[in-house]
Design a protein around this ligand. Structure first.
Ligand code: ZN
Length: 312
């Protein structure tokens, strides 16, 4: 006779005791987890430096990520940022002077991303970075991720380090091109992942939609994709967001994040208009990146499952 059957024939009262013990343990565990998170927030470095195209949405992205940290209390943020258009980096002609702002970028990255400085962070976010960034030691940065840290990339994070294959391998793809900004129905590939569980079967967003090279569907766990090319609508697989492992590290990337109004529910063009995404879409985007950040920090469950592998 097994123990299940034994319990069924026990006198009234014993199963109730067992049930209350189960309920007690269920109610204790989540409280303990949230207290631990509240007591020891993770540390995240947000990098927004650009040596290529500079998105006007960068200040919005910086603010939104900082607000998410404050609102949730589960992580703190520091920034590695240089505003290339700032007057201090302009030349005699009044235009941004590449030598000046690149020297500033080199200095801030030397300070925040040296092997010693990285030790205090649990994850690094590349929010709309572009170009070949002058990291003090990019191999050490890759090794830092591999050691079990988190990496999060938004939008033009894949338009960064085109000429450094380890970065491409780590993030999972390289920006190739984009058409006109367009409304798309992104297919939710994993409703159990923290980055997507608040979304329905499809999520309609308006943004600049990237096409990729160096992307291998077999090497990522898909979160959002399109079943047709965003602009000409040719059927196919057009990835938008994914997670993957890099050594022991956890990588989350979403190609969405070009427009201010996808980041920020409050944004308008200064005359109360200009939005293509509703405030609700912005809030959903914030939950999308928050879920991805928390997953990369190890604060949310979710195994990386590659296509063709069996779900245990
Ligand atoms: Zn863009």
């Amino acid at each position: 006779m097994n123990s299940m059957k034994t319990n069924l024939i026990l006198p009234f009262g014993r199963p109730a005791v067992i049930a209350s013990l189960v309920l007690a343990s269920l109610s204790v565990v989540p409280v303990g987890v949230s207290l631990a998170q509240a007591q020891t927030p993770k540390h995240v470095l947000v990098v927004t430096t650009t040596t290529g195209f500079r998105h006007s949405s960068i200040p919005t992205a910086e603010k939104v990520i900082g607000d998410l940290a404050k609102r949730t209390g589960v992580f703190t943020v520091e920034y590695a940022r240089v505003e290339n258009n700032d007057p201090q980096y302009r030349g005699a002609d009044g235009k941004p002077d590449r030598a000046k702002y690149e020297a500033a970028i080199k200095a801030v990255l030397a300070e925040k991303m040296s092997p010693a400085a990285l030790k205090k962070y649990d994850a690094v976010i590349f929010a709309n970075t572009t170009g070949e960034l002058p990291l003090p030691d990019r191999e050490a940065f890759m090794d830092w991720i591999k050691s079990g840290k988190g990496f999060v990339g938004m939008h033009s994070a894949t338009d960064t380090f085109h000429n450094y294959p380890p970065f491409v391998e780590m993030i999972g793809g390289t920006f190739k091109s984009h058409g006109a900004q367009v409304e798309v129905d992104a297919i939710n590939q994993d409703k159990s992942c923290a980055a997507c569980r608040h979304l329905g079967d499809t999520w309609t967003v308006f943004d600049e939609i990237y096409l990729f090279k160096n992307f291998d569907r077999a090497k990522v766990h898909g979160l959002l994709t399109l079943d047709k090319e965003p602009n000409n609508k040719t059927p196919g697989d057009y990835p938008i967001a994914w997670i993957k492992e890099y050594g022991k590290g956890r990588v989350f990337y979403t190609s969405l994040g070009h427009r201010e109004d996808i980041w920020d529910a409050e944004w308008n063009d200064g005359r109360g208009g200009g939005r293509k995404n509703s405030p609700e879409i912005s809030r959903q985007y914030q939950e999308h990146i928050l879920g991805g950040i928390k997953w990369a920090l190890g604060l949310e469950p979710g195994e990386v499952r590659l296509p063709g592998t069996t779900i245990p």
